[in-house]
Design a binder for this molecule. Sequence first.
Ligand code: CA
Length: 713
Amino acid sequence: MPGRAIRLAFVAVTAALVAGSAFAQPAAQVPAAKVDAAAIEHQPAGEWLSYGRTYSEQRFSPLDQINTANVKQLGVAWDFRTYTVRGLEGTPLVANGVMYVTGSWSKLWALDAKTGKELWSYDPKVPGSWGRYACCDVVNRGVALWRGAVYLGTLDGRLVKLDAKTGKLLWSVNTIDRSRPYTITGAPRVVDGLVVIGNGGAEYNTRGYVSAYDARTGKKVWRFYVVPGDPKKPQANPALTAALKTWNTGGKYKWWQIGGGGAPWNAMAFDPKLGLLYVGTGNGDPWNRDIRSPGGGDNLYLSSILALQVKTGKLAWYYQTTPGDTWDFDSTADIILADLKIGGKLRHVLMQAPKNGFFYVLDRETGKLLSAKPFAVVNWAKGIDLKTGRPIENPDARYKDKMAVVMPRQAGAHNWQPMSFDPQTGLVYIPSEDGSAVFVGQNDKSFVYRPRAWNLGVDFAAVSQAILDGIKAGHPPPPNLGYVKAWDPVAQKEVWHQPMGGAWNGGLLSTAGGLVFGGGADGLFSAYDAKTGAILWSIDLKTGILAPPVSYSVDGVQYIALLAGWGGAGGLADPRDPNSAVSKYQTNQGRLFVFKLGGAQQVAALAPEGVPPAEPPPLSADAATLEKGFVKYSQTCAVCHGFYAQSDDVIPDLRLAPAPVWDQYDDIVLKGAMADGGMASFKDVLSKADVAAIRAYVLEQAHLAWDGAHPKK
Ligand code: CA
């Protein structure tokens, strides 16, 4: 069989390559001191110098030493422990054999990319109490490199510059109004000598903005607010004056007092030829439009793609993916720039697959919508009208103060977990999800403004109750399903998909070796055939995966690097999944894994954390207290400790608390006894009676869990 003979010959050649043949020449490399715009745009194949690799954010590595023929030999070259147990979302950068990687609480390490040896580390010492302001875990997605320096945004809103060689602090600037619960989880980008950084906080009471600082001095050069301020005062620029017309002021609460939202917390891309910086903006704050803008309105520039002139921060154009957002449909999923042949013509496009479930292709010079199609199950809109660029909404999805079941759910058909564009196949690989959410809106009467807590205008207690009632009536919500999906952005259609073990999974990488890499909740990290989706290789890392992989080379050897550490929005709020790595192995110790051909094929699980649960103390509470506890828990605790007190173990499962904790609820919840560990005081939103009721509800759930696990004989 000639086909087989050819394949065998190919394997032999590849084996020779791996063994260190004449082809194994070290690629040209860029020391951190030489990283600038030209180096980022035209980087050697073996480097990964910026978040999405180049400014176009394609996350495609031109390396092909690891390929479809030999990927089965891939294994662990080395690993590095972060000694954290929270989510890891970082993209490691690699320059000239040095890796810069970030972890939970904005910690940063510089490592020898060949051996894993630590060169230096930097801990910005984020106060544990600030963790309460991070909607979706105390994560960090990475750093920027520029002319010998590393730039890092910290969870508590600082932007710091460090010497790339030594880790020495060169400057630190505060980027936020510290009286409001802003956070930074995103990676800065350096464009045109400016360090650009956004912020998160649109679940609390913030007004999102993106800022640019002089990379040398740390001096602020410009700032663009996503939503207008007090309409009685002059706005910062004409774009915000124009945006005022899309907001209503009639209700009890005013958006400029309670937030407005729009947090640009993740996506950025840059076109150096056009001088345009693209920024994705977040959801409205509160979520429920009826509370922040009663009577409607598009609420510019929420849930939008902004094109800003990089020198001034002036708005060149915008495209709003979800006008009048009311579903937490951030448009903050990463943005990819590419040149595509559409209708026989080469178009310079921008692509985004945001939470709302539609895949958008825009002309990146003008912002004109070229095409948009759903890449996941969507019921909030029937499609996108290409003439107006607007969604054709399903009126039932606008829940107002009623209930609605909406697809996708708040976590999105695609969230921040990066997608990847492979110029060889012309396909975009999307970590996507089919999911649904129940919304029950509040109104001006039932909504209580809580400045430093979740501030959504959605009644989570009623949502939880509706789901429980549905389960009782034999209608449990459909499971949320995760996929790796290959999408043809020209034809706007799916080419292949592979189901994932869980719904909430990691970002993706494509390589010139014809491979797509990605991992998931179950701890499996896999290589897919970029053309067919066939799984060619898999390894169980025994820790859940959120982060995207990268690829680089040192001394002619290609490596794949990936952080494993479960968490993020899905990892905190979703009920326990028995198939998740954190459930199976009872540990979430963060680790960086680096793979090469011929590496180890097995990974050992680390020892479980914590102490085995003891039988919970006796419960004595009346039905009214338990009901109150359920409501307060659902409104205040569930987003981190899990709905129905069922945590996925990133943040402790309160039902399994060690015995002394049951006597320390007041100290912990009201007095902040565990603030340094990330559990701040909630005395501003909970009374002593509330805490007693929450304890009673959790204890009731603890007994149910204990009795389930220890049936009486
Ligand atoms: Ca959000």
